[in-house]
Design a protein around this ligand. Structure first.
Ligand SMILES: N[C@@H](CCC(=O)N[C@@H](CS)C(=O)NCC(=O)O)C(=O)O
Length: 213
């Protein structure tokens, strides 16, 4: 078997998703550090985003496609239910996380903390304040959903949970979102429980260079 390379920066929540998927599946991989829009990433992702993957002659971009490949190429526990309804529910939640939760919590809110674009590099308070009311709604929705079974879908840990965990990891690090997490007890205990999985611990994002933990 050729080496499976996951290419990207370990701080990226989407790189983290793919790493957790490999670890849950028991698939050995090599993390090749690369930033977005670097030549090795641009060679695979049409828009230069991370992660990308190389496995022998197979190259792929987009975390969902990479996770599909990993799940269907290698032995190990399924990352998504094969039953059509439970599988579709998993896709539904992966999509909800990627198209609703990530744009607000990561791109807007976290971006305003980490990549504010302000003259002195201080957090963009206007963007943060603008994100908070909608974030409350998102946290409440997630709290309600995971309160039922302790998972986003059914009674098992799936790719839907894998997509959400790295985002919640970053939410716990920031002051406003950490307070929100504390106010939503079911979501908080969901996060604590799943973050203690060996896969999540091993793929924990390191601090952004020069920005502390
Ligand atoms: N839909 C992509 C999103 C990947 C993504 O947004 N990656 C970020 C890092 S977390 C990135 O490469 N950002 C650089 C950019 O958008 O130019 C996936 O699921 O892989």
């Amino acid at each position: 078997m050729p080496e499976l390379q996951i290419i990207g920066a370990p701080q990226s929540n989407y790189v983290c998703v793919v790493r957790i998927a490999c670890l849950e599946k028991g698939v050995p991989y090599t993390l090749v550090p690369a930033i977005p829009h670097s030549p090795e990433v641009d060679a695979i992702h049409p828009f230069g985003k991370i992660p990308v993957m190389r496995h022998g002659d197979v190259t792929l971009s987009e975390s969902r496609a990479i996770c599909f490949y990993i799940d269907h190429t290698f032995d190990g526990p399924s990352l998504a239910p094969r039953d059509p309804v439970a599988g579709a529910r998993t896709e539904e939640w992966i999509s909800l996380v990627n198209t609703h939760i990530d744009p607000l919590l990561v791109r807007q809110y976290l971006g305003a903390h980490f990549f504010p674009g302000t003259p002195d590099g201080s957090p963009d308070r206007a963007a943060i304040e603008a994100a908070l009311p909608k974030m409350e709604q998102h946290f409440a929705v997630l709290d309600r959903v995971v309160a039922k079974t302790g998972y986003l879908v059914g009674n098992t840990f799936t790719l839907a949970d894998i997509n959400l965990l790295p985002i919640l990891y970053y939410m716990k690090k920031m002051p406003e979102s950490s307070a929100m997490l504390r106010r939503h007890a079911s979501l908080r205990s969901y996060f604590d429980r799943h973050m203690s999985r060996p896969s999540a611990r091993e793929a924990t994002p390191p601090p952004f260079p020069g920005r502390g933990g």
